[in-house]
Design a protein around this ligand. Sequence first.
Ligand SMILES: [Zn+2]
Length: 286
Amino acid sequence: MPELPEVEVVRRGLEAHVVGRLITSVEVLHPRAIRRHIAGDIDFAARLAGQTITAARRRGKYLWADLDGDAAMLAHLGMSGQMLIRDGDAPDEKHLRVRLRFADGGPQLRFVDQRTFGGLSIEDTVEVDGTVLPVPVAHIARDPMDPAFDLPATVKALRRKRTEVKRALLDQNLISGIGNIYADEALWRAKLHWARPTEKLPAAKATEVLAHAADVMREALGQGGTSFDALYVNVNGESGYFDRSLAVYGQEGLPCGRCGSPIRREPFMNRSSYSCPRCQRRPHTR
Ligand SMILES: [Zn+2]
């Protein structure tokens, strides 16, 4: 799954290329890509045609385009979803799933998805805490890069949970946008083992790890995101290169940049956690 920086890269591309444009026609080339739109492909196309995209927005890893008719087109990027801006005469991509054409005759918006875990849907919107969100996103917490992100309140909520610190960082209802990669990087920067119990975490340490998470995601964004998977691309089809700057994620056996100890990999929720055995001591008890 792409994390916040990779999704923000796509959002910025959409903001630059499709906001303010009137959709004239929609072509669904694979039904799986709109399976979350229960009413089906004809309804999907009918609800988009004649709409103007008024904004490209994001919360955490969720991305959507606001439409002028009080609805939103939610994009689930899944494992390999791409939103590409392509001239009409550019050949169709092998895994092209949905195509949007615009009244200005300019470049098309194409949803391309090799593994078809992603998709598009039209959603009603709801106002939550002063912000209008697509209904499926309503429960998702603000992310650390949101101007209205409340750091002290999030620290408090994190310390009230009785869980491991990494599980809390990944909890989209508590704080959104942080996934496996950036959680490991933030924990390394804060010198915290992922299994540290949140209820015993000093407020200053909790604040520190959240600040590091925001920093590392901001740095990743500056480099176009992280792309272990060449399928994570911006609207022009280009990958980011933050993976070259990762301190621990995917670095098993390589020396820690702080102390030289070989980075360890441990199983975590069907995936892996990477950390330094010396800088990030495992907690003794739970
Ligand atoms: Zn170390």
